[in-house]
Design a protein around this ligand. Structure first.
Ligand SMILES: *Cc1c(COP(=O)(O)O)cnc(C)c1O
Length: 410
């Protein structure tokens, strides 16, 4: 093939380049596979006790986003089962914007009450993001008219970065250095309509620069889109998450989150800044419109979890999680110590050592993942640990001992 042919065929690759992505990503995956850390097939006893059927190997999950342990709560499981019995159908198989079960409407109302905002349920957080971000870029959400410059935080989750090409077909897309408010303010000065896309709590640790962002919103009318999946349920009196528990909703703000993490069910939710957006998104937000919404079992599980979020048990679980985080922080101080979030990185530095530590920990009965470039910077490899409320105290102590002795002998 000559050069002119290939130039015609290769896309502009402005926001996506599978070739470059796979060159890094596949190497990492294959390495993890070689180390026996992928495709582990288990039966579930508890999050502390997963059992590999063939070998009988048992291990504790230290990389689960079920931070409150609600994924095995009897009330939530019963909620899923009884919803199916009550509805007597797995679903109506028609777009929910046209006809939807009262059970789903009950969930819409329950989430609205819980989060103090119109709340749109979705089949997943990723699907909500895929449907909503392009409409923020085109300027059809948040009032006024005309497209918005879309500024993505460099660390924002894959589910948002993945939608850049679609946003880029509507508006200018820019990448912002992590939490860089000066960069963002310059963009706000330069362009009349800007949106910032970020995580509330980041999956590699740390938080968004919320106070400064609210100031920029006040000053420039900046639209704020937060994915608070990692803080939902674990923060706030009703588990509203980091962002919602610290800011009032307004038409220039939207918060999405996964209901399959600490919430302990499945699906996603978008907390909306205006009533109008609720019906508008049901009609126009891409897969929200044309694809299925949450299935009946998921709706039942979510209803039961939302109920549980209204009881004292939520606060007790949040406190238990906090205690486990504190225990870990005392044993392994890191730059995120004391930030209250459950994601920690044990710094190792060298990536081979990080992989080895992860393998050795798995053999010792703990699954936590080695992370290295391009997930983190070169030379900053480590083992990611995610703490849970239902992690038994002696398991945690024993885990910390194991890490300590393995690192000492490395
Ligand atoms: C896990 C995660 C998602 C994906 O959530 P789904 O509901 O499974 O689509 C999205 N955003 C962030 C920040 C996440 O951590």
């Amino acid at each position: 093939m000559d050069q002119s042919d290939s130039n015609e065929i290769v896309g502009p690759r402005r926001y996506r380049n599978a070739e470059a992505m796979l060159a890094h990503g596949e190497r990492v995956w294959l390495r993890a596979a070689d180390s026996g850390l992928l495709n582990i097939q288990v039966d579930h006893e508890s999050n502390d006790r997963l059992i590999v059927r063939d070998s009988g190997h048992e291990f504790t999950l230290l990389c689960s986003c079920s931070y409150l342990g609600l994924n095995h709560h009897p009330k939530i499981i019963e909620g899923a089962v009884s919803a199916l019995r009550k509805a007597g159908t797995t679903g109506l198989s028609i777009a929910e914007v046209r006809v939807r079960l009262n059970l789903l409407v009950e969930l819409e109302e329950s989430l609205r009450d819980l989060y103090g905002a119109p709340a749109l349920p979705g089949v997943s957080c990723s699907v909500l993001t895929a449907g909503i971000l392009p409409l923020i870029a085109s300027g059809h959400i948040g009032g006024g008219s005309g497209p918005r410059v879309m500024v993505f935080d460099r660390f924002c989750h894959f589910s948002m970065a993945y939608i850049k090409p679609i946003c880029g077909d509507e508006a200018l897309v820019l990448n912002c250095p992590h939490n860089d408010l000066n960069y963002l303010e310059d963009i706000c000065k330069k362009y009349p309509r800007v949106a910032y896309v970020a995580d509330g709590a980041y999956s590699m640790g740390g938080r968004t620069a919320l106070e400064g962002l609210i100031e920029l919103q006040d000053r420039y009318g900046l639209f704020l889109y937060f994915d608070d999946s990692h803080a939902l349920s674990i923060e706030g009196p009703h588990g509203e998450g980091y962002v919602r528990s610290r800011m009032e909703m307004n038409p220039l703000t939207m918060i999405v989150g996964s209901l399959a993490k600490a919430f302990g069910a499945s699906g996603g939710v978008a907390m909306l800044g205006s009533e109008r957006d609720f019906q508008f998104l049901y009609r126009n937000a891409g897969p929200v419109t044309w694809s299925q919404n949450m299935d009946v079992a998921a709706v039942g599980a979510c209803l039961a979890s939302a109920e549980l979020h209204r009881t004292a048990e939520l606060g007790q679980l949040q406190a238990k999680l906090q205690r486990n985080i504190d225990v870990f922080d005392r044993r392994f101080p890191t730059r995120f110590s004391g930030n209250g979030l459950p994601i920690r990185l044990i710094d190792v530095g060298d990536e081979d050592l990080a992989v080895r530590l992860s393998e050795q920990l798995y053999q010792a009965g703990y699954y936590c993942s080695a992370v290295f470039f391009p997930i983190v910077a070169r030379g900053a490899a480590g083992v990611r640990v995610m703490l849970r409320a239902d992690l038994e105290a002696d398991r945690l102590d024993h885990f910390c001992d194991a890490v300590e002795s393995l690192m000492a002998s490395a």
